[in-house]
Design a protein around this ligand. Sequence first.
Ligand code: NDP
Length: 685
Amino acid sequence: MNISVRQPGRLESYVCGGWVAGSKEGNALLDASTGTPVAFIDSTGIDFTAVLAYGREKGGSALRRLSFHERALMLKALGMALLERKDEFYALSTATGATKADSWIDIEGGIGTLLSYASKGRRELPNTRVLLDGDVEGLSKDNSFSAQHILTPLLGVAVHINAYNFPCWGMLEKLAPTLLAGVPAIIKPASQTAYLTELMVRRIIETSILPKGSLQLICGSTGDLLDHVDGQDIVTFTGSATTGQRLKTGKAIVANSVRFTMEADSLNAAVLGLDAAPGTDEFELFVKEVVREMTVKAGQKCTAIRRVIAPRSYTEALVASLRDRLAKTSVGNPADEGVRMGPLASLDQRDEVRARIRDLMADAEIVSGDPENPAIVSGDAAGGAFLNPVLLYCDKPAAAGAAHDVEAFGPVSTVMPYETAEEAVYLARRGKGSLVSSVFTNDSGFVQEVVLGLAPYHGRVVIGNRVSAKSSTGHGSPLPGLVHGGPGRAGGGEELGGMRGVKHYMQRTAVQGAPSMLAAVTGKWLPGAAANSDGPHPFRKSLAELNVGDQLITASRTVTLDDIEHFANFTGDTFYAHMDEEAAKANPFFEGRVAHGYLIVSFAAGLFVDPDPGPVLANYGVDNLRFLKPVNPGDMLKVQLTCKEINPRASAEHGEVRWDCLVTNQNGEPVAQYDVLTMVAKVGK
Ligand code: NDP
């Protein structure tokens, strides 16, 4: 790979289908370790109304033409293409102050999120353009009026305003669910590190994988863009609470009820259990985790541990252990060998963190690290934004203010003692809502009290103990499948969380009507909708021939006592309800011996299956199996099997077909109901 050394150039925005530079030279963005310019940033002259219109019209309509699986495959192709170019991103990432390990979180963590959504999208979403939310709600006794919630993509754009600390991950973790939902995005990276986002967007655009208009980038100010957003747009924000609150109450956002997802300051806590005395595995794990969270990304992580809540009798040993480990953290230019922690993103940011440490000192004393005189192993001491880790101790945390309110966005944490589990929960909650907390304990009573106490104030809670020590992903790692966000001070937003994150970009609508009309809208058969039982057995039809609503009504089969005994002896399931008349009668649910539920399901398969080789390739399971009424010897079973949903795979020769299977008795009463899941060839042989 050819990695060019970049000369400080002017960053460009990618808008309305082309790269444009601002009309002014712009502000210099400086290398965090050396203070030398990396790039200049400016967006003056961009017509932001046109940017919004281009995204909505060009990008939105192109994305909405694709199915969920097609969009997921697009994310996969993009992720693979970015992985091939990762060395270039790593090289530039050093300028942000990131070490190799920090860059891995940002670059490969971000690409991994894209790939994770690509795979989840194909596994968990149908290959359609409309998403169904929940089950059919029956609204009439005769099945003539029902309802189904559906989700459709918003018709606007998603404006993503990102923080400076993760220029790649911050973009990709929001972009993946947005594009999967079918919504175009306008990315506004934080200026300080926008050069890395710009490079990645350049590489994305060069692949031509995304439809035109589905991704635009603004390097520099967003000008009047937020004055023109409307109710079909969505704005997400990551950064300081002050900016977030200002933007959230913007005139157009309030007037047009624009969805606004905010992720802001978060004073995340880590709680050491009452059982986790010095010398235990949990104590050691806790020390490692606090040090890791303080030093990764030089503590510039929204999920970093800011408050270290520990039993009072262990705090002396804890502070001593943390001090020892922190002292070994070599701080310097991340480009140099042996450096464990890089500088903060800028000198301004360091000034900000120093000011916040002074605020914290209203309640706490510094017990490790000197914020004013950095000891570094390499780098430019004057031009680089270096800061050694700073540990504070707050002896009376219940009476403290700043310790729970001030976020020093750097390698800074405050240790605070507690006496009881209740008090630990109280102190953690004083953060007024956080992204994440962790609890290190091996005591099931303590963990229950603390986790349930923390949960209403947190988006995520991690339990650390000796069993999960090797496999745990740790306190500070948001994962694509898990919710990332928190209530209150943390902004009240929610991102990621697997498919939950996709739904934030879609509108939920309850559609009510006659079942056949609902089926026409959703593409899914439901009870009461028209069905077609003419023509060949539905198992003889390939996906090209099969239609939703194709139905088979089978002949009847009588269940005998011999059948029940044969099944019991053959399978070994000789439960008394099938074998002992007296005992079965004594059971409040039965009037005598009954057929096994699995016998009913097996007989049903015997009734509906077409045995010859054909387009049906495999039965890969059943969903929602319920036995609704006991089947007694002499009862006659009949099956109604209806093609409920067809899900052709975008990249395979087959697709999934979901069949509604209703088993009734001689009185037409349902005895069992479930969905049969099959793989069916796209084309018949
Ligand atoms: P800011 O709130 O200043 O900026 C966040 C983002 O908002 C940046 O992209 C910024 O762009 C943009 N922005 C600022 N003003 C406007 C505006 N009027 N219209 C549109 N966009 C705007 O935060 P910083 O990035 O400077 O970080 C400051 C503090 O935020 C940190 O010290 C930390 O406390 C907190 N933070 C919290 C995070 C979290 O996830 N909880 C993550 C990162 C930071 P620009 O850079 O061009 O000004």
